[in-house]
Design a protein around this ligand. Structure first.
Ligand SMILES: C[S@@+](CC[C@H](N)C(=O)[O-])C[C@H]1O[C@@H](n2cnc3c(N)ncnc32)[C@H](O)[C@@H]1O
Length: 238
């Protein structure tokens, strides 16, 4: 491949204070190759150009690491699709315990394959709904970071994420331009579920429209009635 996608990734990460070693860069190159191969058989992404995979999947995912503080240990990525941002963040921080939640079985199978091929350890892939994970006592209040990109509007996402978080754990939600109306609409849900928006951070990515990361902190325990049964949070948002 041309060196341009690789060089852009290395340079932008370095500008952000994130350094990728040769093993991590090889893992990302292998991931891109697997994504393109599997995408010929199953619909994983509409982004197939290598440069675009590096920018719109890899860099976009890595940008979240700028907002996660000193050292999360247990990350849950909700609605991971083909692994974004969760698997990319795992490549960046191999010591993280990672849970990928993706209800579509074929996508989950792809992520398991990538984790095996890249020799990533401590990765669980759950092909279930996020609501069902949050209703499982073994998962509640056990994680210190949740991420999600392009999964649901914020008031729905906080019902998926907050039950999983320990006190003072954080949700990092990658959002587009409608973020301020989403934050306003999530006010009630945040009060009910014990969360607070502690930051709305614009992210500049080379050659792309700016997007925004919403930082939500868990400030109170979540009532065991939440999340409601699968499908209810989207049908009847709080
Ligand atoms: C638009 S895709 C985004 C995928 C990935 N996060 C990305 O940014 O490329 C949304 C994904 O979330 C999954 N999803 C949506 N709601 C979910 C839920 N309640 N539980 C688990 N997965 C969910 C869908 O199956 C889909 O793969």
């Amino acid at each position: 491949m041309s060196d341009a996608p690789h060089n852009l990734l290395v340079q932008t990460c370095s500008d952000w204070g994130l350094n990728l070693n040769p093993t991590q860069l090889d893992q990302l190159a292998h991931y891109a190759q697997l994504l393109r191969e599997w995408n010929e058989r199953i619909n994983l992404t509409t982004i197939t150009d290598l440069g675009e995979i590096y920018r719109r999947h890899f860099l976009d995912s890595l940008s979240l690491a700028r907002f996660w503080g000193t050292g999360p240990q247990s990350l849950v990525d909700i609605g991971s699709g083909a692994g974004f941002p969760g698997l990319v963040l795992k490549i960046l921080r191999p010591e993280l315990r990672l849970t990928l939640v993706e209800s579509v079985g074929k996508k989950a199978e792809f992520m398991r394959h990538v984790a095996r091929e890249l020799n990533l350890y401590a990765v669980r892939v759950l092909d279930v709904r996020a609501e069902d994970v949050g209703r499982n006592a073994a998962e509640r209040a056990k994680h210190d970071l949740v991420t999600a990109r392009a999964v649901a509007e914020l008031r729905v996402l906080v019902e998926y994420a907050l039950p999983l978080l320990q006190m003072h754990g954080r949700l990092l939600a990658a959002k587009g331009p409608a973020v301020y109306s989403e934050v306003a609409a999530a006010e009630h849900a945040l009060r009910v579920l014990g969360g607070k928006v502690v930051g709305i951070e614009p992210v500049e990515l080379p050659g792309q429209d700016a997007h925004v990361v919403v930082l939500v902190e868990k400030i109170n325990p979540t009532d065991p009635r939440y999340p409601r049964a699968a499908g209810v949070p989207t049908r009847k948002p709080l």
